[in-house]
Design a protein around this ligand. Sequence first.
Ligand code: NAD
Ligand code: ZN
Length: 331
Amino acid sequence: MLVGDSHTMPLFGKRCAASLKKASYPLAQWKFRAGEASKDLKTLGRLYDTLAKEGMERSSFLAALGGGVVGDMVGFAAATYMRGIAFVQVPTTLLAQVDSSVGGKTAVNLIAGKNLVGAFYQPKCVLCDVDVLKTLPTRQLRCGLSEVIKYGIILDADFFARLEKQVDSIMACDSKVMAQVVKRCCELKALVTGEDERESGRRAILNFGHTLAHSIEKEYGYGKLTHGEAVAVGQLIACRLSEVLLGFPRNETERVFELFRCVKLPTYVTAQDTAKMIDLLIKTTHHDKKAQGGEPLFVLADRIGECRFGCKVPESLLRTVLKEFVKQGKK
Ligand SMILES: NC(=O)c1ccc[n+]([C@@H]2O[C@H](COP(=O)([O-])OP(=O)(O)OC[C@H]3O[C@@H](n4cnc5c(N)ncnc54)[C@H](O)[C@@H]3O)[C@@H](O)[C@H]2O)c1
Ligand SMILES: [Zn+2]
């Protein structure tokens, strides 16, 4: 069964269905309303019912056509329907191509929080066609680029330098350049998650910039800032903390700033009462689900291309650094 959302099915459903039919797969199709709000138990329940109604068996497989929302939910349905059936990912956002489709995390949201019900479940394959990115709204493209740049900072200095050189082609979604970019990100994510599928250790480096980003998303309200925008600011904060704690070169932080500016990702957030916002962000960070005994642990970088996880950051330093990144202005 081919499953997409109300944007991806009209755009690419016919083409996918035709090629699956050509390969002699009997085909059912289903779509749900696009958006994060659909990644819930109610929509998942409707998906299970449709699978049963369409007569899906243990030998059937699901194809997830869409962004991270489709991939995460269809992946979880595949992990659990009849105790697990095969699925393939056909990611159609840059974020899904470079991040959510690889590594085997699947989940749906609860009212209590995001991704609280899920499973580690690997797709049989991930099929990325970079041409589908041409219809993606620019803001969505940028959201994916924030994660792309992250791979450069944490794992691959050469890749980071290539991004700096090719930024115009990337923003224009040049197919050849994008294919290389997506390929390298998938290689890097597969390398990390292959060594530590269940995040007992090094997989945590993928959370670079995410500790603060999660707090920013929460305090600014999901939907106001995209995940990628919050992650951009979070990564800059992590760079500054790294300067003080690990000697991360200052000129490299400048390069990260410049790259984010080039792709028009934010480099700070604003608040009417900056002191209050800083307090809130620090408080939320202590409640992060990856905090240990109330103390948040950070991923920090030694230089572009090298990083480490599980770093403790003194609250006074975090407060000082946040002063640079929470500026006076309308929230
Ligand atoms: N599993 C993981 O490891 C992992 C990692 C990161 C994020 N996630 C999850 O991914 C989700 C976010 O993913 P996302 O940013 O892809 O969001 P999304 O799936 O909501 O897609 C964003 C929007 O773009 C539309 N869209 C998708 N492809 C398109 C195309 N080619 N052209 C035009 N429009 C298109 C979608 O319909 C949607 O409206 C979150 O739920 C997050 O929790 C999971
Ligand atoms: Zn992320």
